[in-house]
Ligand binder design. Structure first.
Ligand code: CU
Length: 419
């Protein structure tokens, strides 16, 4: 493949990235997106943009308001790697080192137990640009939880942040005490408090979780959100196929088997799932000057995180920088679990270049809700599954990005590298 494509792609990524960082440091003359106050970036030295809050307008910028002082957990983790996050599923059996977890049986049901801790931390959202985040287990997005339909998800949650937090799951939840809202069950958890949430994993699909403390928009955009994937149970699909299709016609035996096979491909406990390359992308954004509008957009936190950096054109990327395209095997089935955690903007979107894909809104059906599209949009907390087939494409770089062009230019633009 001609390396000029790589050079051009690297150049585009670099120029956009430089422009974004410049706009954040007030060196260009761009509108409300210029950071308030006299911030300066020296070389690649990191600056805490969150510290500019004193000079920014905000109706909620005072730590004292919540009266929560005391022991405060602090992660200094600036090493979040969006490439590792992309494929980091926490199933109870296996997952990330910073997510204590286990699987066991209880009353005939599989329990997948996780320990979550909310902390105040600093995350890198672009080269040299830091954001004062609130984060589950010190990372944004929060850890991806993965369970099988009908399992019990048990989350032992401790709040070590300075504000009061909860975990609210977008699941079908039969017990109001477990809803993670201020008005029910344990309510909000103050600094140092703990509560164990228990949720049945249902329905099968791609779901969302987030803090539900007030003011909601700040607690979400600061970083307290993540994805819950509920794998369909193939045996249940065989018995209740009608629940997994948006199709009123007859369910033939062949169709039923087709649905069961599809469910196996989605279930991490089945070999059929090993054949699929699965990724999690959480579309997110950052209001670095706390003016109620976003300055930086991304999938999985790092602006242009899957853009093109320095390369020799043969898939060898310069070490030390996480920025590189998502490399995929063209002969493997590709599945993206996509969630929208963007605050302040009404919608976000996902668009592929030179390519069309199938989309399963909320991931709750085993047949696509949108067939052969190249753009889908999600409102906040909406999520779904994208399945992309590159088997007939030539190897090389294929761009994907939000088709709000502003979001793309401010960080939400990346590439698949098809090999
Ligand atoms: Cu919160």
């Amino acid at each position: 493949m001609p390396s000029i494509d790589y050079d051009t792609a690297a150049d585009v990524t670099k120029r956009l990235e430089e422009r974004l960082v410049e706009s954040l440091t007030g060196e260009t003359s761009v509108s409300r997106r210029t950071v308030l106050g006299g911030l300066g970036v020296a070389g690649s030295a990191a600056v805490g943009l969150g510290s500019s809050r004193a000079s920014a307008t905000s109706d909620h910028d005072d730590e004292d308001e919540h009266g929560n002082f005391g022991a405060v957990g602090e992660y200094e983790d600036l090493d979040f790697d969006p490439h590792e996050f992309l494929t980091a599923f926490n199933t109870g059996d296996s997952g990330q080192d910073n997510v204590p977890q286990q699987v066991y049986e209880e009353d005939g049901r599989t329990v997948r137990e996780f320990e979550f801790t909310a902390v105040d931390t600093t995350i890198a959202i672009a080269p040299g640009v830091e954001f004062q985040a609130w984060a589950y287990n010190g990372q944004v997005p929060g850890p991806t939880i993965r369970a099988v339909e009908g399992d019990l998800i048990r989350v032992k949650f401790t709040n070590l942040g300075r504000h009061a937090h909860t975990i609210h799951p977008h699941l079908k939840n039969l017990n109001p005490r477990m809803d993670g809202i201020p008005q029910n069950g344990p309510g909000v958890l103050d600094t140092g408090e703990s509560f164990t949430y228990e949720w049945i994993a249902q329905p099968a699909g791609t779901h969302f979780y987030h803090c539900h403390s007030l003011p909601l928009k700040e607690h979400i955009h600061r970083g307290l959100y993540g994805t819950i994937i509920v794998d369909p149970d193939p045996e249940r699909v065989r018995e209740n196929p009608r629940e997994y299709v948006n199709y009123p016609g007859p369910i033939t035996d062949d169709f039923r088997e087709q649905l069961v096979e599809e469910a196996k491909s989605r279930n991490h406990e089945y070999a059929e799932n090993d054949a699929v390359n699965e990724m999690v992308m959480v579309m997110n954004s950052f209001d670095t000057n706390f003016d109620g509008g976003n300055e930086v957009y991304a999938a999985n936190t790092r602006a242009f995180g899957y853009g093109v950096g320095d390369t020799d054109g043969e898939g060898n990327w310069t070490a030390g920088e996480t920025k590189r395209p998502i490399q995929i095997d063209k002969n493997q089935r590709q599945r993206v679990y996509l969630s929208n955690a963007t605050e302040f903007d009404l919608i976000n979107s996902f668009h592929t270049h030179s390519q069309f894909f199938d989309y399963y809104d909320h991931g709750t059906t085993l047949t696509p809700t949108n067939k052969t599209v190249d753009t889908i949009m999600q409102c906040q907390a909406q999520r779904g599954i994208i399945e992309i087939d590159y088997s007939d494409h030539e190897p090389g770089l294929y761009m994907f990005h939000a088709h709000q062009s502003e979001f793309a230019e401010l960080g939400w633009m990346s590439f698949f590298e098809v090999v």
